[in-house]
Design a protein around this ligand. Sequence first.
Ligand code: HEM
Length: 425
Amino acid sequence: MEAATIALDSIDIFNPDSYARQGYPHREWALLRRHAPVYRYERPNVEPFWAVTRHADIVAISRQPRLYNNGLIPQVIPRESQITEAETIPFRTLLQMNPPEHGRYRGLTSPRFTPRAIRLLEGRMRAIAREVVDRAASRALDGVLEARQCDFVVDVAARLPLAAIGEMLGVPHEDWEPLLRWANEVIGAPDPEFRRGRRTSETVDQARLELFDYFARLAAERRRAPRGDLTSAIATARLDGDLLPVKEMLSYFFLLVVAGDETTRNATAGGLLAFIEHPEQWQRLRREPALMRSAVEEVLRWTSPLIQFRRVAAAESALRGQRICRGDVLALFYPSANRDEEVFADPDRFDIARQPNAHLAFGIGEHFCLGAHLARLELEAIFGQLVLRLEEVELAGPVQRLRSTFVGGIKHMPIRYRLKPAESA
Ligand code: HEM
């Protein structure tokens, strides 16, 4: 135990540069799960927090939203970003709300995200996935199966989530690119590729203002002439007879755009990378397409694109023998829970037939991902196309990861591929 204590003091699970360089610290998380599952993380680059790394503890905490609140900042952030709780955070999304208010706001849109409502979008999602892959295939038109290259993230993985949330919100097609840029800047602000201005917080603020400005205008139009889209639903929603306050209304759009764009993309890119690294699993999926649903769950477990969300203790409590004081911050590390050896047999094996697969990629409890069924459908649609048409695929250059302690992003992933045209698939 002595040795473990020394090793724990030197481990680093919160360095944005490490996430950019080498991806997730699975070895370190495994050490924490084993020796200190609720670990007081004190380092110069971040306000102290409790790192929660086991599946059972994340479930228990997430299911007690009155004891473990969502605060003004949804995730633990490094000191370098210079955003503090003391500053007024100029938006309020579902992720900043607690019961009972949270449920009332969530209920305004949740009927559009139920499994049944999302299934109605299936045909449309499949058509978009086909168009996205067609575009990559058209690069290879001259020689039908000639090997070609693309940046899988920019050319394929980012396209379907953008189209999905763009269509659901009723945003005109020509305005989708700015949506993607704002979402990239909000999540990618700690990364020099996406930073505008000197500080992370400046980038986030700038993108948020532009997004607010855009949706203030679109919401006003929809109030005058409502349609069947999600923008109209939010713009005309009423709580106790009143329209939503402007800040909460605009924040709703902000959350949907950012959450809709920045997550499924990384599961798609990370999923294809997992298949490239485990070609026998790809061949199995091609032989047994009926495994698609469980393959998607395994892709979600494996990639777990959200690194952590934050909770704040509303009262004193005990967790694994640790005394948690009122006001203490806890970070729930979902990718660690998804490799928890107490829950998953052989957790470091990528297995598309894994059953059961109770992963926490979408969180659990009060704030369980609103878009989970949409994300699953998007992943089924895109991998459904790829499994039919991708004859060969390999990396054509280094995978570039996002510099972030919040989203495990892949910014660029050059691939070389042979793709069948749709008609012959
Ligand atoms: C692979 C894709 C996705 C992953 C891994 C993911 C993950 C998550 C996680 C971990 C949470 C927080 C759960 C918690 O605190 O317990 C969350 C919340 C949320 N997600 Fe997702 N998400 C994905 C896709 C989407 C999509 C496509 C949308 C919307 C169109 C979306 C909308 C939301 C919203 C609105 C919340 C806040 C829910 C609340 O606070 O009640 N997500 N998501």
